[in-house]
Design a protein. Sequence first.
Length: 330
Amino acid sequence: MKKITLAALIIASFAAATAQAQSNVVVYGVVDLGLAKTSGSSIVERENQASRLGFKGTEDLGNGLKAIFNLESEFKADTGAQATANTLFDRQAWVGLTGDFGTVYLGRTKDLLDGTLARVDPFNTYGVIGKINEPVMRGGQSPNGAAAGGSVVGVSRVSNSVTYNSPTFSGFVLSGQVVASEINDADAGYSVVATYDMGPASAHAGYQKKVQSVANAAAEPTLWLVGGGYKFGPAKITFDYSKADTDVAVNGEFKSFLIGLAYDIGGGAIKASYVKQKQDSTLVSGKETAKAFGLGYDYPLSKRTAVYGYAGRDQFSDKSLVQVGMTHKF
């Protein structure tokens, strides 16, 4: 009886070890917080990167096929509150498969076109002045400026989506995303993006038709963009250009561009960006709706912890900002 029990324990231990080798779950996150002062306002605690807690994992299904998932929740580090009320996993909530064919997953995730901004923004899409870079490049107005007469075309996250990323072909990756409206008589949205990364050079281009959120909507907003960068030794120069068509005459089109620079020095990196936007509609022509620049320095204390100091000015809304803070990744 003792021999049988010992053998059973050995077999069970081996099976558990095998299962652990085939399946992997990772808990990860970011905690970011600093002190910021905007002209005309008091000093506040404010993040630069979005603080988050996530779970991701893979299971080996054999023959090169793996099941994958990602659940990620954003929270406010200064209060501990959820960033989005009544939505636990507001950043990522998807499941999929990956293999030689590429990767396909379903659920809530990053909008494909919006995700390309991190490739060219030295501040990793977060900007300096009120996170201006993201809404501007989506085809909308700075959160600090006056109303531009229309909402942004692009978005940060999409729900009810199916996303596909191809394998890499000589530096190129092709991606597609379909977003179901789940509303009768409302059109689904879709995006296509191509990226290129080879040595010091990078580039991307994409097109998007926005999902309709109401039935029988007449407007079909679209967004397209192109960008890239090149690294010269310690310096990297980047650019991005987007054109958003709201398909509403009084709101018209938004044309935006961003220029970025990152330079490794002193164990850290100096960062600078400049973003500008203009609007054309039946009411205005070439109206400047956003213009801002930022300057900053990131210094890593370790592979997971960094401190930073940023300053910037939104010339459109006539506001300046300075911020110092700390980021810890786990």
